[in-house]
Write a protein that binds this ligand. Structure first.
Ligand code: ADP
Length: 258
């Protein structure tokens, strides 16, 4: 099978001009079919504040009420997505910006309130259309995916960008040997959060369980690694967690399906 690379770029990287610029340059030079998935939480928080809308978080996750849904739709689907697309075009990459609603590429349903927590207009993914994505990719088009999905009944839903990346990689794994790279502001999963060079080279399921138990891995890193294991289980060939300047996948933390 042909190789395909899915790169997920985290919020902090999208908002740091030097890191973003390097990442887009490196992304442009990846040979063969590729897909970029971006976040943008920090930009959404900033624009919301400028509009006088307060950002509410529960357990480190955004609560998406109706006003915040408008903000994330504008910021993720508009500002961040279209800026990235324009910049990729400047690198000669024929990018197309997509939310899940565009060409019906990712459907989801609104997450029901659970344990007294209502995250609002947040979508849990039902399916990503690998056939449509592969059709675009085979036409030489590079999808740039915003973290928004739709429910098929006319509603946009906010969806975690790591999940979008995982679901996209899984859907494409039917057609390609997929490498999924989660890039963020650190060099990989660290054994010591205060030491940027303490990258753990490989994480197995067992390691992961221990790291969560002893607190080595916490916060946003937990769902990121959970998404990574799901992707591997669903046939994605390789998942790497690394920094924006190492998207060739030869550094950082490899997720191992043991
Ligand atoms: P993204 O930048 O891709 O949106 P998140 O903010 O969701 O990613 O998750 C990455 C965050 O996870 C890091 O910024 C860091 O604060 C946190 N984290 C927790 N444990 C670790 C760890 N062991 N190594 C690296 N980062 C960790």
């Amino acid at each position: 099978m042909k190789q395909l690379t899915v790169i997920k770029v985290g919020g902090a990287v999208v908002e740091d001009e030097a890191q973003l610029s390097q990442l887009l340059k490196d992304f442009s030079s990846i040979a063969g079919p590729k897909v970029l998935v971006h976040g943008g939480g920090r930009s959404a928080t900033k624009v919301a504040a400028q509009l006088g809308i307060e950002t509410k978080m529960v357990n480190g996750r955004r609560v998406t009420d109706a006003e915040m849904l408008d903000v994330v739709t504008m910021v993720y689907g508009g500002l961040v997505n279209k800026r990235v697309v324009a910049r990729l075009q400047a690198h000669g990459v024929n990018a197309i910006g997509l939310t899940g609603a565009d060409v019906d590429v990712i459907r989801s349903h609104k997450r029901p309130p659970k344990d007294g927590i209502d995250y609002g207009f947040v979508g849990d993914v039902d399916r990503a259309d690998g056939k449509m994505l592969s059709t675009l990719v085979e036409a030489g088009i590079v999808p740039v995916m915003a973290p928004l999905t739709h429910d098929g009944a006319g509603h946009i839903l906010n969806t975690n960008a790591d999940t979008i990346a995982g679901e996209t990689a899984k859907a494409l794994a039917q057609y390609y040997d997929v490498t999924l790279v989660y890039c963020f502001e650190k060099k990989g999963v660290l054994s010591n959060p205060d030491d940027d060079d303490s990258v753990i080279p490989v994480i197995t399921r067992n390691d992961f369980r221990h790291y969560v138990e002893d607190g080595t891995v916490s916060g946003g890193m937990i769902p990121k690694i959970e998404n990574a294991f799901q992707a591997i289980d669903a046939g994605v060939k390789k998942v790497v967690i690394t920094c924006a300047s190492a998207i060739d996948g030869n550094n950082g933390t490899v997720i191992n399906n043991l």
